[in-house]
Design a protein around this ligand. Structure first.
Ligand code: XBP
Ligand code: MG
Length: 268
């Protein structure tokens, strides 16, 4: 049994706070490509494969590398930077418009945690302007101040599944990993959190449903709402088949979580 008290909840953004990839980031990437007159357009299916590459700039660079030599742009780095700036402008406008609502239970759990005196943080690969825009578009301008630390994008050299962003957030929180729980949607994100020693709750999306969730402390379809509990997909402790993820449940899961990274086998 873990002896350390739960002090902080660390949230991933894309796929975890909100389901932002298919109808948000992907749409913004395609609009940026069209704006620059490029014959590139990522289908929902192709984008699901491209999500294996964390980071929008890295994703564009990877995609360009898959093109036949004659289709590759001359000055790739300049193009990647320009496209990503345009894409981020478009995505932030979409996020600020409220087009991407928070996933079930997210707003409820954030409020419960704050009222109980827990610290909130964000550890994400996406760019910082996107985080601010999504919080403004879903919770209002003041919500950015709910999070003691926002670790985003290029603030660390290596992106998920590297643990760097979680190390960055833990350092700035001044908390040990054992005092925290992470919330992620993808295999890359889970490995990043476990790599930093943080026990993790996974709420998969359509894009990440089939990914390896080994090591997760809890896998649940979403955080649920009273009267609409989320289906439990895997957990190391006995739970009902559906749960509302609240602080009482999180404290139980946290207390029983094996040292992060232990191979809790889950069938995707
Ligand atoms: C998801 C990502 C990001 C977004 C695109 O981040 O990998 O790259 O897909 O955002 P997370 P950018 O799940 O860690 O929140 O274009 O700003 O990278
Ligand atoms: Mg994610």
């Amino acid at each position: 049994m873990r002896e350390v008290e739960l002090r902080a909840l660390i949230f991933d953004v894309d796929g975890t706070l909100a389901d932002t990839e298919r109808d948000g980031h992907r749409v913004a990437f395609n609009a940026a490509f069209a704006e620059r007159g490029l014959p590139w357009s990522w289908s929902a299916r192709a984008y699901g494969d491209l999500l294996a590459v964390a980071g929008g700039k890295e994703r564009i660079r990877h995609f360009a590398g898959t093109l036949p030599a004659h289709g590759r742009p001359a000055d790739l780095e300049a193009l990647v930077a320009d496209l990503h700036e345009e894409k981020t402008r478009r995505y932030a406008a979409l996020a600020r418009s409220g087009a991407m609502p928070l996933r079930p239970g997210v707003e409820r759990l954030l409020g419960e945690a704050l009222r109980a005196g827990l610290v909130l943080a964000i550890a994400t690969t996406t760019s910082a302007p996107n985080v601010t825009a999504l919080l403004e578009g879903t919770l209002g301008r003041a919500a950015a101040r709910w999070f003691a630390v926002v670790g985003a994008g290029d603030v660390v050299p290596a992106k998920k599944p590297a643990p760097d962003i979680y190390h960055h957030v833990l350092d700035r929180l001044g908390l040990p990993p054992a005092a925290c729980l992470a919330f992620e949607d993808s295999g890359n994100g889970l490995r990043a959190a476990l790599g930093a020693g943080v026990a993790t709750v996974v709420t998969p999306t359509d894009y990440t449903r089939g990914q390896d969730r080994s090591g997760a402390a809890l896998v649940v379809e979403d955080l649920g709402e009273p009267g609409r509990p989320g289906r439990v997909l895997a957990c190391a402790i006995p739970l009902p088949s559906r749960v509302v993820v609240d602080l009482a449940l999180l404290r139980t899961v946290h207390a029983s979580a094996a040292p992060a990274g232990a191979a809790i086998r889950t069938d995707p």
